[in-house]
Design a protein around this ligand. Structure first.
Ligand code: G3I
Length: 375
């Protein structure tokens, strides 16, 4: 009888304490649970930067401690004509981050896509000389980076310069300057703000060819004494790709080569992909068909569970490597904001982020907090 009483007493204590610990975890936010492990960030669109998206901003301020500009710092927007800069949104973006004590990331200085038309050509549309392009890159980078010196803490200096097979992308920058453009971009950024962290940011880095090329680039930067702090691993992932092992292999390879890893642009599409090798190439576009937009009114329970489990397994991986991974940035705050709703097929309804269209946390948010508090 006494033994049974003891058993019930222990069970009661266990239930009460696990209830109390769940309550504590519910009170945690993503940023408080992940504190001391890595920053948790989100990309901001114009409505958020301008304060129009109140629900999105509420979630951002409550849950995230890092921000990156989704579009407003791309050359087409920030430097649309030679010598004519538009800092309206970028200034507000930086003020928002500072007012909320966030780790602010600038995105992106040199990118072949969303490239201002004038940048690499003369008035006749012919490629400019290497000297002219160097001067233009230097002026572009110096002007932007020095404006936010000490305030923007890390820059995506070059974006998406390497193809999945490890070859150089035939961008205008490469065509005119060859490989040197990459080093020059990092040098110019370092001159403008010697304390800023500098990153190379790309998608599909789990492809072996791209992984190896990036490792070689890190080694060459180290030999030449050029600053590069981290590799940004864009996380535009799907339900079937990549495998956790492929993704982990790249985290390890970059870290072993001597840089930190930032998980950037994370979103997990719940929709069928028309081509799993498409990566995040902005120019990709496939025709809309009803069958590739299967969940216009919400995710079925079973798919939602799979989605939550897969997102949780990626966060588990990031927590496993918290000594290497210094930031995880979601590519948007809530599902309705995501570029995935219109890419690579226009007009679909996707569910790629941690907060749903009503700005409610998905199940995985609680799972991430639990994992963070345990790991
Ligand atoms: O702001 C204009 C608006 O005035 C106009 O009416 C409308 C008409 O199409 O276009 C609006 O601009 C769009 C912009 O997003 C803002 O919504 C552009 O057309 C559209 O191309 C642009 O897409 C962005 C894309 O990069 C290209 O810059 C996505 O939002 C953005 O999520 C995506 O982000 C990239 C990363 O920077 C680099 N890695 C890949 C990632 C996904 O492609």
């Amino acid at each position: 009888m006494m033994k049974r009483f003891n058993y019930l007493f222990i069970l009661l204590i266990f239930l009460l304490s696990s209830c109390a610990s769940n309550k504590v975890q519910e009170k945690e936010t993503l940023k408080s649970a992940l504190d001391g492990k890595f920053y948790i960030g989100a990309a901001l669109n114009a409505d958020q930067i301008e304060g129009k998206d109140e629900a999105g901003l509420r979630v951002l301020k409550e849950q995230f401690n890092s921000i990156v500009a989704e579009n407003c710092m791309k050359s087409v927007n920030i430097h649309p004509e030679e010598g004519k800069f538009d800092f309206t949104l970028p200034d507000k973006f930086v003020e928002l981050g500072e007012a909320n004590n966030m780790f602010i990331i600038g995105h992106t200085l040199i990118w072949h896509s969303q490239l201002a038309e004038w940048f690499c050509v003369d008035e006749q549309g012919n490629n400019v000389t290497p000297e002219v392009l160097k001067e233009r890159m230097k002026n572009h980078i110096h002007t932007i980076v020095s404006r936010y010196k000490g305030r923007i803490k890390g820059w995506d200096v070059v974006n998406e310069a390497i193809l999945d097979n490890g070859e150089w992308r035939q961008s205008k920058f490469y065509e005119i300057l060859g490989e040197e453009f990459m080093e020059l971009a990092f040098q110019y950024a370092h001159e403008a703000d010697p304390d800023a962290e500098l990153y190379y940011n790309d998608y599909n880095e789990w492809h072996a060819g791209k992984r190896e090329a990036i490792v070689k680039m890190i080694q060459s930067f180290k030999e030449k004494g050029i600053r590069m702090d981290a590799i940004g691993m864009q996380g535009h992932i799907g339900m079937e790709y990549p495998s956790l092992e492929e993704y982990e292999a790249s985290i390890l390879a970059f870290s072993n080569a001597g840089v930190k890893v930032m998980i950037t642009e994370l979103d997990l599409s719940a929709l069928p992909t028309p081509d799993r090798n498409v990566g995040a190439a902005v120019e990709a576009s496939f025709e809309y068909k009803k069958e590739i937009n299967p969940y216009p009114d919400g995710l079925p329970e079973e798919v939602s569970k799979k989605w939550n489990d897969r997102m949780a397994s990626f966060f588990q991986l990031f927590l496993k490597h918290q000594d290497k991974v210094k930031r995880v940035t979601m590519w948007g705050v809530a599902d309705g904001d995501s570029w995935k709703n219109d890419w690579p097929v226009k007009g679909r309804t996707d569910y790629p982020l941690l907060f749903d269209r009503n700005h409610q946390p998905k199940e995985v948010v609680q799972t991430i907090k639990n994992l963070a508090l345990r790991n």
